[in-house]
Design a protein around this ligand. Structure first.
Ligand code: PLP
Length: 450
């Protein structure tokens, strides 16, 4: 392994060719937008580049700024643009439906909602056949938690540390990351260790973490819980793939304690992991409730909860209503997304491009000491940066610097993790091998100059 000063200089890479001419931008400048944002939009800790980008157009895996400069989008608008920016089939479906009828609540019948629900249910294993449409991942997790509590008659929920489940009061409580937590009543939530093979106490040994779940339930609750919620790949938490076998062990423990198992597939669904259509399938389990959003609509505001007819039955005790959930335009777009994933074999594509990318990233790890871990599957990847491989000291400042450098080279990655030192690589699923090579070459170039 070479030290930074010994690393051979590499030439600056150039973006792969792409046949698209962006339209000239005539809107207000990024400076003006920033000013308006500071004045009229609420303050937030969640901003990206030192000089935020004014993105005005998107085409498949590329984004264009106000000057027509092209960027390789390796983060898909936070893992949301599944098929590609403005994918023609999704655009067509949305435009056609918009011209006919933009809105109909579930008090009327609408074919797009019914057809989309049927198509989505056909993608689910086991008896997961009943779909509820909402507008976001947050709402999906709120509804799933309500279902779990109504169905079991219990209150307590078990969630993982380092998890992100949304921004409402209920889902903030489920979230296990301090950065996102406001001081509100957190309810009866038991946060257990996240089975992180790289940083976790038990490494890849799922049984150690599972035992801790059992102990939490035994000593920290009445012995009965409403449910357990987990992402199979912790997204915001830094692309952490749960230790193999963990969900199987924990689902058993939870079900014995009377709880139901919820899989948060907001980031990891729709074939992104390459090996399977849903993240939980990588752990060979079938949840009782599955929540989804983001990639379901390729950028349309859409979310869903899918459960069994038995659990869904509890929702008939009172009215369950959502004005926009399953809006015809979003449903038409969502149906087009499912069709594109099948027609263009996006799951298989994620598997092929993802394994090529992982291979190249692992080779890069051999060259650059700063890369502590390369992980993930398909196009759901994380690269964790450390200043010291043995102690795993997070390279927080270096991650920030590299992040800016990559942007200057035309590469937009995600940043996250508990220590803000993980590059999250989750591009639109049309991302090509040439794009993967460009990304790695750009990382190599940026790291060599450090
Ligand atoms: N669950 C997971 C795993 C997420 O990553 C997110 C958002 O990042 C959410 C839930 C919340 O989704 P939304 O922002 O659509 O409310």
């Amino acid at each position: 392994l070479a030290t930074a000063s010994q690393v051979e200089a590499v030439p600056p890479p150039s973006l792969p060719p792409f046949d698209h001419q962006p339209r000239p931008y005539t809107g207000i400048s990024g400076e003006e937008i920033l000013h308006k944002r500071k004045t009229f939009l609420g303050p937030s800790l969640f901003h990206y580049y030192q000089k935020p980008l004014n993105i005005v157009e998107g085409k498949m895996q590329y984004l264009y700024d106000e000057d027509g400069r092209r960027y390789l989008d390796c983060f898909a608008g936070i893992v949301t643009v599944s098929c590609g920016h403005c994918h023609p089939d999704v655009v067509k479906a949305v435009v056609q439906q918009t011209e006919l009828l933009q809105h109909a609540t579930t008090i009327y019948l609408h074919h797009a909602i019914a057809e989309f629900a049927e198509a989505l249910a056909s993608k689910m294993p086991g008896n997961l056949k009943v779909v509820y449409f909402v507008n976001s991942g947050t709402e999906a997790n709120e509804l799933a938690t309500l279902m779990a509590r109504l169905y079991t008659g219990n209150l307590g929920m078990v969630a993982l540390r380092n998890a992100y489940h949304g921004g409402s009061a209920g889902t903030i409580s489920l979230t296990g990351l301090q950065t996102w937590k406001y001081p509100i009543p957190q309810g009866e939530i038991h946060h257990v260790m996240n089975p992180d093979p790289y940083r976790g106490t038990f490494g890849s040994d799922a049984s150690g973490y599972a035992k801790e779940v059992e102990e939490h339930i035994t000593y920290g609750s009445s012995g009965n819980i409403a449910g357990f919620i987990a992402e199979t790949f912790q997204g915001v938490g830094g692309a952490v793939e749960l230790a193999p076998g963990y969900l199987k062990l924990v689902y058993d423990i939870v079900r014995k304690a009377g709880g139901v198992c919820i899989a948060d597939e907001v980031q990891s669904g729709f074939g992104r992991t390459g090996s399977h259509y849903w993240g939980f399938q990588t752990q060979d389990v079938v949840p009782d409730i599955v929540t989804m959003a983001k990639g379901i609509g390729n950028g349309l505001p859409l979310g869903a909860v899918v459960t069994t007819p038995e659990i869904a039955q509890v929702m008939s005790q009172k009215i369950q209503f959502n004005t926009f959930g399953g809006n015809p335009v979003c449903s038409a777009g969502g149906l087009a997304v499912l069709n594109v994933i099948d027609k263009e074999k996006r799951q298989e594509h994620c598997a092929a491009v993802g394994s090529h990318l992982v291979e190249r990233l692992k080779a890069l790890q051999q060259k650059h000491e700063i890369i502590g871990d390369v992980r993930g599957r398909g196009l759901m990847l994380g690269v964790e940066l450390v200043t010291d491989r043995k102690d795993k000291t997070p390279a927080k400042a270096e991650t920030g610097l590299l992040f800016e450098k990559l942007k200057d080279l035309g590469v937009l990655v995600g940043k996250g993790g508990l220590h803000g030192n993980v590059f999250r690589i989750k591009p639109p699923m049309c991302f090509s091998k040439a794009d993967a090579d460009f990304l790695v070459d750009a990382m190599d170039y940026a790291m060599s100059g450090m």
